[in-house]
Design a binder for this molecule. Structure first.
Ligand code: IDP
Ligand code: MG
Length: 139
């Protein structure tokens, strides 16, 4: 059974989309094992997005991700890393087909409503960046 890290970004929290987005993962048959409503620090945002340092959008990304509360989560299920990415749709909502989360709820690449780990290795890293082992429910 795989676990992945998902995060509802500040734009989606502000727009009141948490429930609709979570319900898609619940309906799919996945299980939330940890969740935290939080404002992330600049330090945590920079660690999370370290691969993007130096990109032209990096500064805006860090400012945006720390601009308001996010809902950070760990979810569990068969092949969830890949399946959650498919459910989210591509990074740029302009290329996301209707039926995907970004296809249905977003229009701009810098306001694309959700983060999801892109590999099993990154899922591990991101889960441990945001959650302690005891915060993941194992029942
Ligand atoms: P992902 O969120 O689909 O994994 P990444 O390429 O890892 O996409 O990029 C991380 C985040 O950085 C994106 O979700 C988006 O918020 C932002 N981002 C990526 N590329 C661009 C861009 O070209 N312009 C503005 N923001 C971008
Ligand atoms: Mg990514």
């Amino acid at each position: 059974m795989q676990q992945t890290f998902l995060m509802i970004k500040p734009d989606a929290v502000r727009r009141g989309l948490i429930g609709q987005i979570l319900s898609r993962f619940e309906s799919k048959g996945f299980r939330m094992v940890a969740g935290k409503f939080m404002v992330i620090s600049e330090e945590l945002a920079k660690k999370h997005y370290h691969e993007h340092e130096g990109m032209p959008y990096y500064h805006d990304l860090i400012t945006f991700m720390t601009s308001g509360p996010v809902f950070a989560m760990v979810w569990e299920g068969e092949n969830i890393v890949n399946l959650a990415r498919l459910m989210m749709g591509p990074t740029d909502p302009e290329r996301a087909t209707p039926g995907t989360i970004r296809g249905d709820f977003a229009t701009l690449v810098n306001r694309n409503v959700i983060h999801g780990s892109d590999s099993i290795e990154n899922a591990e890293r991101e889960i441990h960046l945001f959650f302690s082992d005891s915060e993941r429910i194992n029942k």
